[in-house]
Ligand binder design. Sequence first.
Ligand code: KIV
Length: 270
Amino acid sequence: MNLTELEKLAQSGEKIAMLTCYDATFAKVMELAGVDMLLVGDSLGMVLQGAENTLNVSMHHMTYHTKSVAAGAPNTVIMADMPLGSYEHDDEAAYKNALWLIRSGADLVKFEGGGNKVKTARYLIERGIPVCAHLGFTPQSVNQLGGYKIQGKTDESAAKIMADAIAMSEAGVSFIVLEMVPAALAKKITESIKTPTIGIGAGVDCGGQVLVIQDLLGIYSGVSGKNPSDFKIPRFVKNFLHETNSIQYAISGYVHAVKNKTFPAQEHSY
Ligand code: KIV
């Protein structure tokens, strides 16, 4: 399936199952399991590199992993994250970096934020680069946001996320990721815009879901060197390997659960 077909599928109301992916072996397993879209996320800074956050991920890391994923899943839509520092400063630099990701095998790029990033989204889209916006909790701003916290809890912050989603949708982005926002707000946003939303910790009413593959398999327990017992598994995570004992079935179980709306359940939502 190509990006246009996937956008149409999402607009027809089918839930989109997305997972993070960083290498060719997992990409192949995910393609066979029917995952709709693979995200080469800058979460690789945490789950592959053992860092505390995503702030030190570079364009070189992103293009290396995007090439690996593209080699393993030639028939699946691939989204690649633009890392911190690759898109905020000027639109021409954002375009060059986005192009580098596309030439590495991505079908579209994702970057964090609304507000003045709407202009950047337009700049890329006008030059033929499909974009996904990432709103709500934006991990690259973890220090400004005061940690891993739910966003959109106050009327003011909910209104800002809604306004950003509308502006990004009007700019022509292909998808909007909503991370760690109350399920009721994500539902309202999803119903207010044409662009499909993809939630992570944003409730079952988004147009699709995304999880980090290590979370789905229950194998991420925080930064190496820290005591694993200090690590608190986020509420939106579900271990699908528990039920199946097979990576292939855990992934296809996730795809089915997203499609039939049994994941996320209320216990995974805010
Ligand atoms: O990098 C990533 O894995 C992400 C998801 C959390 C959406 O951006």
